[in-house]
Design a protein around this ligand. Structure first.
Ligand code: NAG
Ligand code: NAG
Ligand code: NAG
Length: 288
């Protein structure tokens, strides 16, 4: 047992324990929001299933509030005919002028692709949608969905591939979620009036309940109100890379790949909706 290699490993893991915030246990980390039996914690707190039937959906949210962080969730979406269902993972504050960073998975008929709908709601105002197809079947396995949120950038990742960046450009009149702490939310509900093919395809309730699974929730984040005066701190430490994270050169290439091949909708190119006066941040390069 006197392997000289062991010592640094023990030291490193001790260090990681001190700096990381949450290493996912749903019993400890979240509260049920709604859903009754449709919210189930399994596998000793490692797994949550949410179900929706014709009387209700289900949801949970983090006990903690955060101001900046990296939030990871592994999700396996409703399989088969998921038309009308919306599975979500998002950050949100509360009230009429709240902020939100949204990921919503819009279900579809068997064999037709899900759409990942993303949005930013800033001081109660949305309208910044970007939508994507995924490059895999999100119902077969768990995939990793991440939100990196720091004072300069919001970056949404799918299996570590950046699909969307919302930058804090500091432009006049362009908001950024830097004024309110948020909680992590996850829900499953029915929205067959709009979710699938614009509402044309309805939920087939004879197939209910519809179930999605969540695991691996991890918040490497600044808990609000901050217990330490320096969160985010001046010196990045292991596990804290998110606080100065940008997408970088490699990320930009991946973003370009996703946005070229898989993007379904982009508010920044919707001239009709904005009557040729696109939101200001849209005049900046898409990939910068
Ligand atoms: C919901 O589904 C159940 C079981 O299929 C059925 O008995 C019930 O009438 C339905 N309720 C509504 C409000 O449609
Ligand atoms: C569902 O499938 C249709 C047909 O492939 C596609 O047009 C649509 O974007 C898909 N997603 C949703 C949410 O409607
Ligand atoms: C090394 C570095 O750039 N650190 C910065 C990371 O972000 C925090 C919070 O925004 C800054 O205070 C640090 O200077």
């Amino acid at each position: 047992m006197s392997s000289p290699r062991l010592f640094p490993i023990v030291l490193l893991s001790l260090f990681l324990c001190l700096v990381s915030t949450t290493a996912g246990n749903f019993y400890q980390d979240v509260d049920v929001l709604f859903g009754d039996w449709r919210y189930q914690v399994l596998e000793g707190g490692e797994l949550v299933t949410l179900s929706v039937d014709n009387s209700s959906g289900a949801g949970f949210r983090s006990k903690n509030e955060y101001l900046y962080g990296r939030f990871d969730m592994r999700i396996k979406l409703v399989a088969g005919d998921s038309s009308g269902t919306v599975t979500t993972f998002y950050m949100s504050s509360e009230g009429p002028t709240h902020n939100e960073i949204d990921l919503e998975f819009l279900g579809n008929s068997s064999g037709d692709p899900y759409v990942l709908h993303t949005n930013m709601i800033l001081q109660g105002k949305g309208g910044k949608e970007q939508e994507f197809y995924l490059w895999f079947d999100p119902t077969k396995d768990f995939h990793l969905y991440s939100i990196v949120w720091n004072p300069k950038n919001v970056i949404i990742y799918v299996d570590e591939v950046p699909i969307r960046v919302y930058r804090n450009w500091g432009l006049k009149g362009v908001r950024f979620p830097n004024d309110q702490p948020m909680k992590m939310y996850a829900t499953l509900w029915d929205a067959d009036d709009w979710a699938t093919q614009g509402g044309r395809v309805k939920t087939d309730w004879s197939k209910a309940p519809f179930t999605a699974s969540y695991k691996g929730y991890n918040a490497n984040a600044c808990v609000w109100p901050s217990s330490s005066s320096s969160c985010p701190s001046a010196s990045p430490t292991p596990g804290n890379e998110w606080q100065n994270q940008t997408i970088g050169v490699k990320g930009r290439n991946m973003l370009r790949w996703v946005q070229t091949k898989y993007m379904v909708y982009n508010y920044c190119t919707d001239f009709k909706r904005y009557h040729r006066r696109l939101p200001r941040e849209c005049r900046k390069s898409r990939f910068s």
